[in-house]
Design a protein around this ligand. Sequence first.
Ligand code: SME
Length: 157
Amino acid sequence: MAENLIINGENKRELYETLLPQLQSLTAGETDVVANMANVAAALKQTFDFFWVGFYVVKEEMLVLAPFQGPLACTRIRYGKGVCGTAWKDAQTIIVPDVEQFPGHIACSSDSRSEIVVPIVRDGKVVAVLDIDSDKLNEFDKTDAEYLERLCAILPF
Ligand code: SME
């Protein structure tokens, strides 16, 4: 069945308000985690035209690349390494206004300028992270963190 995404809003908050209920109903009707990550990445990319949107899933003590939209990316990230590995270790959202100022940032693309990583926590453990990169400095703020955390909380995992 084809799915149509409605993109509506004059600012970030309104765009998220339109997007979240759609993602909630889309993912609630599908039990496959990969299928859900794929559609969530596509919907975020389509709504905000972020440079890179995707997931890394915890597998065998590493973060392993999962569905994403954007340029090719590194496939494995160690615990505590880079922004993603740090968000995994700390189990907290990390907003990076300028990737060059984040010690140990892993540059999958030299075009990436700012980043947000949101851990997905189930039963007290991080099972995956949602990673979004922008080619603009200072793209992400508390509004992104608030809505992306809500999104990560409702994703069936
Ligand atoms: N920059 C991330 C690596 C993943 S890519 O951005 C897709 C990091 O430092 O963990």
